[in-house]
Design a protein. Structure first.
Length: 473
């Protein structure tokens, strides 16, 4: 609770003209956990683009009337956003649309470029004018520039990929084609499938394919470009194998939905294994194991299974509250954690509890959850975290842009336990991360500080939106 990931992307190429916006709507609904700040859909109706984008959840932005105003078409792309670069404004809503001499383009992006500032500076000095503060527009501008001097949109994407550094899983739509591309490290997931009528679907996670009735075909390879055109798929692999795969390990620990499969590995099973490893390396005497909803539940099951300590439902999440609900603000009488979570007193009271969560960032939320359990009568609380401590910033699509607010950077294990109010605290060890997915080839730089790309110069999320007085610093 407290870590956010940038966004989710979704694209459709239909076998016939139909209400493709509705397919994208359901796909985005399944990807809502990846971004809850804004969303958008762009429909291609015979080369003419129609779009709707706004701040809010999918269900808030797209009413039945709104969807009905989007026309039928054979292609559409969609996006849900949590911004790790750029503020929460309508201008930064995606997909980003571009009109140029050789046609139109709509681009949806998941990830974060580590050289975005450098690329943007060069583009602006050459005369480029930007309308947003997200690094997605930088990608769109570069693809457009390449498209003007290359014979196809896929060649333009390939040429652009030579200059991009960092994380990007892209779905883009031209007047006649849909393109999916994944960066050579494969930081963020991307896959595609096919519906029974021949419609192709591209999504950040396989759970979104299932939501629209598409059969999963495979994950898009790191560095691969897939071209969907006239019901055919062409793969371009000139960027494949140039880097060692570095899929974000936190996709398995927290970001992805548990029913998704990423690069052939079940997210649910990975979380079960995390709990099992915790039970092996950090056992403790207790009466019950509970998890913090939602991503702590599977790890709690794994801990209970391995330790033999019974699993229980000790915390109930209010399923009608998303991350965007109105916070209580300065009213100290109200606690948003209490609004989101409720303890089951009959399960907790008088018990020695093992509490499993996916992470501790600043410690504020953990402290409030622990207090809920104390107030419910927990005799002892032993907290176990299914990830190592956050010690370093992430540059690839997670909103950890500074060590300043990371509690593990400034306090020992014992001090953190005292701050959040638990009787004991344990984290998963860094050397156990590979066991969660059964292989090497993952990025864990936020835990150990070993980055696969060069570190960007300016790390702040709002680096394109600073006041004049701040820019000179």
């Amino acid at each position: 609770m407290g870590i956010h990931e940038e966004c989710g992307v979704f694209g459709v190429l239909s076998a016939k003209k139909e209400r493709v916006a509705e397919i994208v709507y359901y796909g985005l609904y399944a990807l809502q956990h990846r971004g809850q700040e804004s969303c958008g859909i762009v429909v291609n109706d015979d080369g003419v683009f129609f779009s709707h984008k706004d701040l809010g959840l999918v269900s808030e932005v797209f009413s039945k009337d709104t969807l009905s105003r989007l026309p039928e078409g054979i292609m559409a792309v969609g996006h849900v956003r949590y911004g790790t670069t750029g503020g929460t404004t309508r201008n930064n809503c995606q997909p980003i649309e571009v009109n140029h001499q050789k046609g139109k383009m709509a681009l949806a992006h998941n990830g974060n470029l580590s050289n975005a500032l450098e690329l943007r500076d060069k583009l602006e000095l050459s005369g480029a004018i930007f309308h947003t503060t997200s690094d997605t527009e930088t990608i769109a501008y570069m693809i457009t520039r390449e498209r003007l001097i290359t014979p196809s949109i896929e060649d333009a994407v390939s040429n652009t990929m030579k200059l991009l550094e960092g994380a990007y899983s892209l779905v883009l739509m031209s007047s006649t084609k849909m393109i999916a591309a994944r960066d050579p490290y494969g930081f963020r997931p991307l896959c595609y499938g096919k519906m029974t009528d021949g419609t192709y679907v591209v999504a950040s996670e396989s759970c979104a394919l299932s939501a629209v009735g598409a059969e999963f075909i495979r994950d898009i390879l790191p560095g691969e470009i897939l071209v969907f055109h006239e019901n055919h798929v062409k793969s371009k692999k000139e960027h494949c194998g140039k880097q060692k795969q570095k899929t974000c390990i936190f996709e398995y620990i927290y970001f992805a939905r548990p029913d998704s499969v990423i690069d052939g590995i079940s997210v649910h099973e990975s979380r079960i294994k995390a709990g099992e490893r915790l039970a092996e390396i950090d056992p403790v005497d207790a009466d019950i194991v509970i998890g913090v909803p939602d991503s702590g539940l599977d790890a709690a099951l794994g801990y209970a299974k391995k330790s033999g300590i019974p699993y229980g439902t000790g915390l109930i999440k209010n399923k009608y509250i998303g991350r965007t609900f109105i916070s209580p603000g300065q009213n100290e009488r109200l606690d948003k954690v209490k609004i989101k979570l409720s303890p089951v007193k009959s399960v907790i009271a008088g018990k020695k509890v093992i509490l499993i969560d996916d992470s501790i960032v600043r410690g504020t939320t953990s402290r409030r959850i622990v207090k809920l359990l104390r107030d419910a009568g927990a005799k002892k609380i032993h907290m176990r975290i299914s990830a190592p401590p956050f010690l370093h910033p992430c540059y690839y699509g997670t909103d950890i842009d500074s060590e300043e607010n990371l509690i593990a950077c400034h306090h020992s294990l014992e001090e953190i336990a005292e701050i959040i109010g638990v009787d004991s605290l344990g984290y998963l060890r860094v050397d156990k991360l590979g066991e969660l997915i059964g292989r090497e080839g993952y990025c864990a730089a936020c835990f150990h500080g070993e980055y696969p790309t060069k570190i960007p110069i300016d790390l702040r999320k709002d680096r394109f939106e600073r006041k004049l007085s701040e820019r000179a610093r």
